[in-house]
Design a protein around this ligand. Structure first.
Ligand SMILES: Nc1ncnc2c1ncn2[C@@H]1O[C@H](COP(=O)(O)OP(=O)(O)OP(=O)(O)O)[C@@H](O)[C@H]1O
Ligand SMILES: [Mg+2]
Length: 242
């Protein structure tokens, strides 16, 4: 089981969105047994499952243009201090676990959750405020990485660019991340309206869902590239075989 935590020391940077994109595709299309742990007291993802993802609120489903598959992955609300007690109980049931954590991250519970992960994905934004938050968060991750190496633990972290809108911004952000020494995924998520629709039921690799949220074919390629790279970098291939 690989544990993937999506975190940054900044609220509203796209953590929960990135989890729904990855978890939906890995579970519904790649066949992984996925669990999403919502450890953020805002309960964004747990809330989406209880409200938006109910049949009565989706116009396309009401109109009968979008079938309603079963939820492709499990989703549990767990307090920050209880995450690993819970994962110890269920580790045989899942191939990959995503943990959604709060936006601010300076307490010990956050350090414990990050330290126990195999991969930390850090959504990186383009604004100065987002960059400053990423710089201080990076120092924490580098320290955890150093300690994990000493203890022989499987720990990696990667920046994921999630708010790019044009080529100049892409180049700037790549240079910023590289100068920081933050390893980054080559794949990224563009800033697009279709990602503003949060769903814990549908995958962006589902053509009917893409049509319903106004996503074109380039979204399929983008999401697939992100999943493929995460699978390769996190060593998830072995998980699926086992
Ligand atoms: N790739 C994207 N394209 C368009 N909008 C996005 C994208 N990623 C995130 N957003 C939007 O940015 C806002 C914040 O995203 P999200 O809730 O995922 O961030 P977060 O880091 O989980 O926030 P919080 O710290 O409050 O939990 C939301 O309105 C979301 O729809
Ligand atoms: Mg969130």
């Amino acid at each position: 089981m690989k544990i993937i935590c999506v975190a940054n020391q900044k609220g509203g940077i796209g953590k929960s969105t990135l989890i729904t994109v990855l978890a939906g595709a890995l579970a519904a299309d790649y066949g992984y047994r996925v669990l999403v742990v919502d450890a953020d007291s805002q309960q964004t993802l747990a809330g989406v499952r209880l409200t938006n993802d109910q049949p009565s609120v989706d116009l396309e489903r009401e109109a009968g243009t979008l079938a309603e598959p079963a939820f492709p992955y499990a989703l549990e609300s767990v307090g920050m201090g209880q995450v690993y007690d819970r994962l110890d109980e269920i580790s045989d049931d899942y191939d990959v676990v995503f943990i959604d954590v709060p936006g601010r991250s300076d307490d010990t519970a956050m350090i414990d959750v990050l330290s126990g992960a195999n991969v930390v994905l850090v959504p990186v934004g383009a604004s100065d405020a987002e960059r400053l938050a990423t710089i201080s968060f990076m120092q924490l991750l580098q320290e955890i990485s150093r300690l994990s190496r000493e203890q022989g633990l499987d720990f990696q972290f990667f920046g994921v660019h999630s708010h790019r809108t044009n080529l100049k911004e892409e180049k700037d952000m790549d240079e910023f991340t590289d100068a920081l020494g933050l390893p980054r995924l080559q794949a990224s998520l563009r800033q697009l309206g279709c990602y503003k629709r949060l769903s814990t039921r549908y995958s962006y690799l589902n053509p009917a869902y893409r049509r319903a949220v106004g996503a074109d074919a380039s979204v399929e390629a983008e999401v697939r590239a992100l999943c493929d790279e995460l699978i390769a970098r996190a060593g998830l291939t072995a998980e699926l075989v086992s």
